[in-house]
Design a binder for this molecule. Sequence first.
Ligand code: SAM
Length: 620
Amino acid sequence: MPRLPPMPRLDWSDPKAPRAEAFDDVYYSRRGGLDEAEAVFLAGCGLPEVWKNRDHFALCELGFGTGLNILAAWRAWKSSKRPHAQLHISTIEAFPLARADAARALAAFPEISELSQRLLGQWPVRAYAPQRLWFPEDGLSLTVFIGEAETILAGLTGQFDAWFLDGFAPARNPGMWSLASLAHIARLSAPGARVASFTVAGEVRRSLRAAGFVVEKKPGFGAKRERLEAILETPTPEAPSIYPYAPSHPKRVAVLGAGIAGAACAQALARRGVEAIVLEAASALGAGASGNPAALVMPRLDRGGVLKDFYLAAYLHAVATYEALGVFERCGVAEIGEDDAALTDLLADPPLPEAWFSALSENTALHARAGLVRPGAAIEKMLSGATLMCEAPVTALERAGEGWVLRAPDGRALLKADAVVLACGSALSQFAAAQFLPIALSRGQIEWGAGAAPAHALVRGSYVAPFDGGVLFGATFDKSASDSAAVADGASRTRNLAALVGLAPDIAASVNADALQSRAAIRVTTPDFAPIAGLLPDAHAWLAQYADLAHGRKIETDAMSPAHAGVYVIGGLGARGLTLAPLLGEIIASEMYAEPPLLPQIARDAIHPARFLHRALKRR
Ligand code: SAM
């Protein structure tokens, strides 16, 4: 399978409704796509009445297409929602439309042009990466999964309240309506979940019934005699996960650490209208690695592995986040391949469209949309919806009722919160409950100053980027025993300069080594190089509950996975903090409120803090 999702071939002979050539079917009714969306999909799911009294509602669509159904749902949501309510829409699309095609189709609906423009402004990138778009003013999130419906559904967990089934006609597109897909829909449905579709094909009705839905035919829209409504009567119980994911629904969240990880969590909470208080031990922002003057935001492109799509998604989310905040310097990054053929292979079969990733030469890729971010500026903007408390070192958490009291080293209570996010880098190991996490410290030094700025940043192991009319380059990567090693030194500068000579001799010759500035910082790494994000397991209780895993036995218990209720960790971001933090912050906030998933469960588990306990047991 190519790494880039296929684009549909469209026939525009009827300007009111594009037709997909491969399926010989229209995206929506020629008699009025917006009216059809309301009559078939919204009414079919009992909307807007069903969500009127809900604070959270989760809707999933199969077949995103032009986005018209989503826009119809958005319009109805805006006019019927409770003030603080949130609608989470997920949608799956195997053949993503180009933005220009969607714009052309949506131009036929001037009555929703304001919403269409907002959707087109964040139109998803054609890549196999889940993408979450936010419209916080309307309490709406939209998660676009690009891929084949059955495969995407099979990878997800969670619960949706309503479903729009809008693949092309089952006779022309049986894959979208497979028995397996409909069984996954039942598995992913909340009790009483509703399903709406334009088709009443016998196969579809039978499969939905077999999956536990009660199915009805209703009078159809336009030329169609009938449409389908279904409601879930017999939910399929899902086996509990052995990693803790229990939501905590906090009203007030304390985030420990005002680095990029903490700031990303605070931003994700603020867009949900949640009170976030960020406590920073230092007297001002910019203490740790986030205090570097700038850092690159660029993708880690893997050719395989469960986190391949996650890394792609994180990069897209980071670029979108920093661009929206106005803190992104899009200089582009030229990545020169190492000795293996990985980059050449990626260039031959790219995972991103050309505007994002293209060949500069056989073994050099241009990430045209990558660039530089000044963490200080980004963090400040991300914290704009939160309260920041500096000189507030927290060294102990104490359970108090349903929440936590945060204590300073002298025992003073600093704050009480319903949930806590440990985003404190190497200080994570101060907390007894987090000491099982096998994090390591790595010292990194960078240099910056006058020099011949390259057109794009250059990367091959080390990097050099255009910065303030000069250059910024580095970085060293040295194992470190403690935080106190974060002082810049001449030996590291010598190594950085030597690396620059190897990477870009002309630039190295233009640099006056004596006039450079340096900064060293500590990064936190993990043994598997993946970050850590999620609810903190209660290590002792977890190991006892799942001891059978050590003996290769199956886990029979239905008990919840033991956790420190409401305590989350985000860390181990290594040298990729700026690229990974925005998506990880979003994932943590999303899980606090049991929102629909953003990642396939297998990827989600691969960054969960409990994975280390799991591996330790399996090794026994
Ligand atoms: N809801 C869309 C709108 O508002 O424009 C129209 C949906 S159109 C009838 C069907 C959509 O399903 C197309 O965009 C098509 O590419 C997508 N599709 C078809 N087969 C699919 C599959 N197996 N998995 C995911 N999407 C699929």
